[in-house]
Write a protein that binds this ligand. Structure first.
Ligand SMILES: C[S@@+](CC[C@H](N)C(=O)[O-])C[C@H]1O[C@@H](n2cnc3c(N)ncnc32)[C@H](O)[C@@H]1O
Length: 260
């Protein structure tokens, strides 16, 4: 990929699932050319620190901290911020965890910016849901075990937003589910799993801070996981995996050591 005329250019870059060297090579290269980096709270600070050490020129780093019930900067303000620096003829990088266009409002940002005739390029990142499998040595597919996966945002899963997700179709139609932002709504999700045919014995894994040093996991079943979460005080950020591949993991885990 050629990086040309970076002035007045906006890049939406995926920082990957956490570990600092899981960002793409091109993503890292473009970071070094930035004037302004606007980043989310799940971006590993080490990525920024490495960039800071490399770069002598002064780059403006702006954290737009996002939490479940509180956003220090709302979505409209983030877009205004990007436009503001773009109009100053600067190279602006919008750095997001995982892939920038998956469950990250990157889609909204891209459409808005293009609507303002801003030049935007997107650099993909490894999404946390997929790496929650592969980084931990769990195959995402295996011809004997599983050949369909559905990615779901659990944030809109509450009963107020029930129309956003057709649980019945998803649960009946997909052997494996990968749920982002689902810990707070897990009770509701589990109820739906049971209602549409997943029994209490189906395995479920929660992987928290995946690929970070402090990674933790909680393995249980549809029947046990809610009590386990409570007992272990287990909270976000976590990816929820439901399906047969979690069982395969028990076989693999004995011999597999993940890369650190
Ligand atoms: C706003 S979404 C961002 C998703 C991101 N764009 C991606 O592709 O991974 C934030 C959610 O992603 C998941 N997530 C992101 N990074 C994670 C990590 N390192 N470990 C576990 N879950 C993570 C969590 O479910 C978290 O609530």
């Amino acid at each position: 990929m050629k990086i040309i005329n970076r002035k007045r250019q906006v890049y939406l870059i995926g920082a990957g699932p956490g570990k600092d060297d899981l960002i793409s090579i091109i993503g890292n290269k473009i970071l070094k050319t930035a004037d302004v980096i606007i980043y989310d709270s799940l971006v590993n600070p080490k990525i920024l620190h490495n960039n800071y050490k490399f770069n002598n020129k002064s780059i403006k780093y702006i954290k737009v901290k996002k939490k479940r019930d509180y956003q220090s900067l709302g979505q409209i303000s983030i877009i205004k911020l990007i436009l503001y620096y773009n109009q100053k003829n600067l190279c602006v990088i919008r750095l997001k965890s995982g892939d920038p266009l998956l469950f990250a409002r990157g889609g909204e940002e891209l459409v808005e910016l293009l609507g303002h005739d801003v030049k935007v390029q997107v650099i993909p990142g490894i999404t946390s849901g997929i790496s929650a499998y592969s980084y931990n040595g769990i195959p995402l597919s295996h011809r004997k075990w599983n050949s369909s996966i559905t990615l779901i945002s659990g944030e809109l899963a509450s009963s107020n937003n029930i129309n956003e997700i057709n649980w019945q179709n998803i649960i009946i139609g997909s052997a494996s589910l990968i749920i982002y932002m689902g810990v707070h709504n897990l009770c509701f999700i589990i109820d739906n799993c049971k209602r549409y045919g997943k029994n209490n014995e189906i395995p479920i894994a929660l992987i928290r801070w995946n690929t970070w040093k402090q990674q933790e996991e909680l393995i249980g079943t549809i029947g046990t996981i809610l009590t386990q979460i409570y007992d272990n005080n287990f909270g976000p950020p976590a990816i929820i995996l439901i399906g047969p591949m979690v069982e395969l993991r028990a076989i693999i885990k004995a011999k597999y050591k993940r890369f650190k």
